[in-house]
Design a protein around this ligand. Sequence first.
Ligand code: AMP
Length: 213
Amino acid sequence: MRLILLGAPGAGKGTQAKKLSKKYGIPKISTGDILREAMQKGTALGLKAKSYMDSGQLVPDDVVIGIVEEKLKDKDCVKGWVLDGFPRTLQQAQALDRILTGIRTSIGHVLNFEVDEEKIIKRISGRRSCESCQSAYHIYFNLPKKDGVCDSCGGRLIQRNDDKEETVRERLKVYQEKTQPLVNYYSERSLLKKIEADDDIENVFTRICSFVL
Ligand code: AMP
């Protein structure tokens, strides 16, 4: 199972990637999570990424391509993987093709999460995440058991800088310009499957599982 989750920020890719990873026992490679973790640890990568992320811009291609290449070459990835938030530009998609050819594998499916933009704004600005373990919650759709506290590790729930409404609007603009062209790139190769993602988490997951099996 080798999957790419494509779609606007806030379309629910991260949540579904986590569920797929658990159900099928494959690693989830989420560039956003990796970059946020680096930022939290204050590594050189994190410091480089911070200003781009906080303003809703994309981190430079060479940086994210290097991260993904290293992960895909890991032995955990032999049985499959789910890519969440990568590729996001044509250059990244082409680099991914080269990396996969180099390790003699290929993309299984590209799932394109389709959602309405106004719903995305409501969805993202309601998002909260654990500052320790990054688990995701939502003030309307996925409440923690105890207000402001992570169910998994007891960490504090916070709103990411890039989930604030004006940054979300910028991220959607960047998505339209840079990432939307990938829909054609993959549909021309008959890899694309549309996923109606304006629905609750379990319904979307059931839909995805019926496609990828
Ligand atoms: P996400 O959680 O996937 O929405 O990513 C959050 C932020 O991380 C994005 O707004 C970008 O600044 C950065 N980022 C994540 N993945 C990529 C990528 N593939 N290319 C460039 N920047 C990325």
